[in-house]
Design a protein around this ligand. Structure first.
Ligand SMILES: Nc1nc(=O)c2c([nH]1)NC[C@@H]1CN(c3ccc(C(=O)N[C@@H](CCC(=O)O)C(=O)O)cc3)C=[N+]21
Length: 283
């Protein structure tokens, strides 16, 4: 058996094609969504993600506002930029690219993002609303995983989902989305303290690998026919490596590769969040 590839790039393009007329409809009412990005430092990976987000915005007609700051930016300088975006009516939503350099207080910055301008659901108030099941911005990577599964008709209701990794952008939050009544999945969250990772993965109908540990998920672990999503990414000898080892495509029923899987979906969900927030604000 060879897994059906969950093609995140093609799915992102399909989502953009759906968003473009919605942005045009907003434009007719005099509304232009504007996505801001705040990037501190010169990590090449972060730079290429941010660049891609601006290209995405342009593609669907969303204005973009870019704030690139040097590595040695102080907390006060960064807070000033955040306050400017908060006050700028052209910026309807924005993200602070994570991780921030270690001398900066990341949580204090995220606290400063008002929920109505939070484009990727990582500000504390948005995360709290997610826990409470209240309307708010939702995290883009978990949304991307769910949307990709939905578009390939991989059933979530009642599915056993094993998530590997407890980072804030994926592992910690995806269970909150998957266990909503609208998804109704059963979620197991694994991490470095998990006693028997192989048996937790073997039980799963869907595996979300978001540990950032190259090749962690091997073919022997995976239940034949399961859907496997490779979300983790690390650099090994300068090359990008996912969490899913070669050979899993022979066992899995569906596989989202890395690159070309959840990464582009994350970007699609960011633009979708910004468009949806603008529509909601317009009434
Ligand atoms: N506040 C915040 N929100 C984020 O959503 C966020 C973040 N910080 N910090 C870093 C991670 C990482 N991330 C990616 C987005 C797109 C790709 C992506 O599109 N990747 C392509 C190609 C990547 C390449 O070739 O360089 C792919 O997977 O095919 C990857 C990674 C968003 N993140």
């Amino acid at each position: 058996m060879t897994a059906t590839i969950l093609d995140g790039k093609a799915t992102k393009d399909a989502i953009f094609a759906e968003l473009t007329p919605r942005v045009a409809a907003l434009a007719e009412r005099g509304i232009t969504p504007g996505l801001g990005t705040v990037l501190v430092g010169d990590d090449p990976g972060s730079h290429s993600y941010v660049k891609a987000k601006h290209a995405d915005s342009a593609k669907v007609g969303v204005t973009s506002i870019r704030r690139d700051l040097p590595e040695n930016t102080t907390q006060a300088e960064l807070e000033k930029v955040i306050d400017e975006l908060n006050a700028d009516p052209a910026c309807t939503g924005y993200i602070v690219q994570l991780p921030l350099p270690s001398h900066l207080d990341e949580n204090a910055i995220l606290e400063r993002i008002p929920p109505e301008k939070d484009a990727d659901g990582l500000a504390p108030i948005s995360l709290g609303r997610l826990v409470l099941g209240k309307q708010g911005a939702l995290p883009c990577t978990p949304l991307g995983v769910i949307e990709l599964l939905r578009r390939y008709d991989v059933p979530l209701k009642g599915a056993n989902v094993t998530v590997v990794g407890r980072g804030i952008t994926v592992g910690r939050t995806i269970g909150l989305l998957l266990t909503r009544r609208s998804e109704n999945a059963t979620v197991t969250l694994c991490h470095t303290g998990t006693r028997d990772l192989a048996s937790e993965v073997a039980r799963a109908d869907i595996v979300v690998a978001a540990a950032g540990s190259p090749g962690l998920i091997t073919p022997e672990m995976v239940k034949p026919g399961a859907a496997v999503l490779d979300v983790g990414v690390s650099r090994v000898d300068g090359k990008l490596a996912g969490d899913v080892a070669p050979g899993v495509e022979e066992v899995a029923g569906h596989l989202s590769p890395n690159p070309g899987g959840v990464g582009p979906m994350t970007r699609a969900m960011l633009i979708s969040n910004v468009v949806e927030a603008a529509e909601r604000a317009a009434g």
